[in-house]
Structures are given as structure tokens and as C-alpha cells.
Design a protein around this ligand. Structure first.
Ligand SMILES: [Cu+2]
Length: 112
């Protein structure tokens, strides 16, 4: 993984978009052992839909601490469709995100 591409999403926390805060901050336990990764940034997710042509990925994601976002299913953008190679619906992933122009973009993605 290229650590050089990591731009901390916290820097882009000028959330001017719609508020996602609906008070539902339920946390699910850290049952999976992913302690070897920089787990503060990586978010658990399950792929729901892949749109390679549109460079979009629908992910049911766990809580994103850096963005104060509870778990939900939502669409993320990807810069490079090559990132979607080898992925399939239902795959478990870990990923990191950044906000760019009001859109959530996937930064890193690792298949579980
Ligand atoms: Cu979300």
C-alpha cells in the first residue's frame, strides 16, 4: 500500500454538506483482529454495488470516527477504477476515505 497517498481526512473536515448526525451512534465491537493495520483510519465495509464506469462504490460501512459518521450504506467515489479490479459484491473490505468537494472519496482499499 502506498502510504504517500494518505491525506488525513480530518484536514477536510469542513463539512458543509448535509448533516448525517441523527443520533444513532451505535458501535459494533472490534471482533475482527486487524490490529496490524493503522486501524484508526481504516473503516470496515461490505461492498453492496460496484459501478466501474461511474467510478462509484456503494459500501455498507461501519462507523467512520474521523468524520463522526455512524455506520450506514452510502456511495463513495473512486479516483481510479483500477482500484475496483478484483472486487465483488458482498466482499468485506477495509478502506479509508477523504472528503473532496463535498464528495466522499475512497483513498485506500483492502480486501479482507
Ligand atoms: Cu456514511
Amino acid at each position: 500500500m502506498k502510504a504517500a497517498t494518505i491525506l488525513f481526512a480530518a484536514m477536510a473536515l469542513t463539512l458543509s454538506g448535509p448533516s448525517f448526525a441523527d443520533g444513532d451512534g451505535h458501535k459494533h465491537g472490534h471482533a475482527d483482529s486487524a490490529a496490524h493495520m493503522n486501524s484508526d483510519m481504516m473503516v470496515d465495509g461490505e461492498i453492496k454495488r460496484i459501478n466501474k464506469a461511474g467510478k462509484k462504490l456503494t459500501i455498507k460501512h461501519g462507523p467512520i470516527k474521523s468524520m463522526d459518521m455512524p455506520g450506514m450504506t452510502m456511495v463513495f467515489g473512486v479516483d481510479d477504477p483500477a482500484m475496483l479490479e478484483g472486487l465483488g459484491t458482498g466482499d468485506r473490505i477495509k478502506f479509508s476515505v477523504r472528503e473532496a468537494g463535498g464528495q466522499m472519496m475512497i483513498e485506500q482499499l483492502q480486501k479482507q
